[in-house]
Design a protein around this ligand. Sequence first.
Ligand SMILES: NC(=O)c1ccc[n+]([C@@H]2O[C@H](COP(=O)([O-])OP(=O)(O)OC[C@H]3O[C@@H](n4cnc5c(N)ncnc54)[C@H](OP(=O)(O)O)[C@@H]3O)[C@@H](O)[C@H]2O)c1
Length: 351
Amino acid sequence: MTQHIPPTIQAGKQKIPVFGAAGHTGRFVVAELSRHGWIPVLCGRDIDKLEAVARAHPEAEVRLASVEDPASLDRACSDASLIINCAGPFIDTAAPIIEAALRNGIHYLDVAAEQSVALAAFERFNDAATRAGILIMPSMAFYGGLSDLLATAAMRDWDTADEITIATALDSWHPTHGSRLTGERNPAPRFVISGGRHEVLPDPRPTRTWRFSSRFGTQDMIAFPLSEIVNISRHLKAPEVHAFLNTKPWDDIHDPDTPAPVPADESGKSSQAFLMEAMIRKGDETRHAAAWGRDIYAITAPLLVEAVERILDGRCRLTGTVSAGEAFDAVDFLRALSPQHLSFEIATDRS
Ligand SMILES: NC(=O)c1ccc[n+]([C@@H]2O[C@H](COP(=O)([O-])OP(=O)(O)OC[C@H]3O[C@@H](n4cnc5c(N)ncnc54)[C@H](OP(=O)(O)O)[C@@H]3O)[C@@H](O)[C@H]2O)c1
């Protein structure tokens, strides 16, 4: 990662290709880009689905593209400074789209929760991205990006900590088809950071209780490490990095009869409530940051678009593979989303 002014930054609103634009998350992202005055370029492999989305966004362009066809990905990237990938499982889509971004000299962001995908973004593509003068930001989403921003905000002036734990509480989790497919395509054992190293999660997974603020109270939790383990451990120094989810949504996503999310109002958001907390411990002292709001899919859109704005207006001038907490002023970023999209607090130290 180096400090650099990417040559592709230009003033004014631009075209932003969104691969997977017709998916559940992609549609939230397209709507958020439009609201901010960007021109979404709807990319994907199914023209009918893309055109259906375009009918709600007359300003948008449609470009058919497939990960099996690099020339179509190059066309998707043309006239743009940055591409967003919302098409998961990312184990299938991230590498070909990152390669297209590298060929075309444009930045790349995705919303992958898969650990192996985020790891590959750092280990396989960092050097090429640095040479190309572009930024790759994996997992700029609820899982991955928000967790990293909260951990970074909670860490404040500490250079090191003894332990970083992300605890997420959901009142329910109605998974999309893409989420279910991603779980099925990703059977690799999950890992955490323990003793300063990647350690495969034991089977059965560790459980514990977590005392959240009054919104969720005390919850039974199960280890649920996703891409946040990668993103956080790339830039925050702690020998223990863990993530837990409360057991109700865990049961929901393992029940084949749990339905897909449905909009609860005209915003398109479901009624799902979330609370994510980062706890940093150093000796006897702990620091906390928490964010809460509605709908883990919908919140991904403002997280992404805020990142896009900060990258394209020059507030982030890094290149290479970079996580959200490393790229941005975490507190300022969370403040920019509050209170419209989420609420957040940095709790006073408690021991
Ligand atoms: N990290 C997070 O917090 C977070 C948040 C939101 C979403 N996600 C992830 O984002 C992914 C998408 O979720 P979703 O809710 O939007 O699911 P979805 O509604 O099922 O949409 C998935 C989209 O990806 C496209 N797609 C999938 N595989 C593709 C491939 N090989 N080539 C081209 N297009 C492909 C699908 O196109 P077709 O219709 O043509 O199949 C569809 O447009 C999942 O992996 C999910 O876990 C992560």
